[in-house]
Design a protein around this ligand. Structure first.
Ligand code: SF4
Ligand code: SF4
Length: 182
């Protein structure tokens, strides 16, 4: 067994008491993406037990996991499949360099520009332009504020979501005296 497989399986076993898995397959059966995975959750566990986990790391099965927790919910042994088996496997995929190009680009953009889309940070608050109500922007207005209304990366930059931001800000204002947006 290589070091990647040994490390991951040890970590998963330590956290999970993986031997309690009865291989019923319910986790894989309920998984919305399981039918596309070479290794759905129960198969990943089986690979760990048979010390062939390295085979899982060579596939993109874990990247298909959307962390919906359906597998964890149905598990009769109450094994936290989502936050342990699937999350650990994703970590091992990153360590092994098995990262989809789209995710790789998103990670690099986040590091370089502060958002996964690679948009200019200077344009982050451009969505407030043309809005009738003045909306203060964090860092530009020096007044103190009760609260910061943080608009996420996607909502700050995507033209289909930007128009609804003023409604969110007004709702935010109704619960606090004054606030910034970012
Ligand atoms: S549902 Fe639980 S017990 Fe059944 S195979 Fe999945 S992890 Fe194992
Ligand atoms: S958390 Fe991941 S592995 Fe579990 S059911 Fe959802 S998509 Fe499938």
């Amino acid at each position: 067994m290589d070091m990647v497989a040994l490390n991951a399986s040890d970590r998963i076993e330590d956290d999970l008491h993986l031997r309690s898995c009865i291989q019923c397959g319910d986790c894989s059966g309920v998984c919305p993406l399981g039918f596309l995975m070479d290794f759905p959750p129960s198969k990943i566990i089986a690979e760990i037990r048979s010390e062939t986990y390295a085979r899982v790391i060579r596939t993109d099965s874990a990247w298909m996991c959307i962390a919906c927790s359906a597998c964890t919910t149905v598990c009769p042994m109450q094994i936290p499949v989502t936050i342990n088996v699937m999350s650990c496997t994703k970590e091992e995929l990153v360590l092994a360099g098995n990262v989809p190009p789209e995710l790789q680009a998103a990670l690099e953009n986040s590091q370089r520009y502060g958002n996964p889309g690679g948009e200019s940070p200077r344009k982050r608050a451009d969505w407030i332009k043309g809005i009738e109500q003045a909306i203060p922007v964090f860092g530009e207005d020096k007044r103190t504020a009760d609260m910061l209304w943080f608009v996420g990366d996607y909502a700050s930059f995507h033209p289909r979501v930007q128009p609804i931001q003023p409604f969110g800000y007004r709702g935010h204002q109704s619960t606090s005296k004054w606030g910034y947006c970012q």
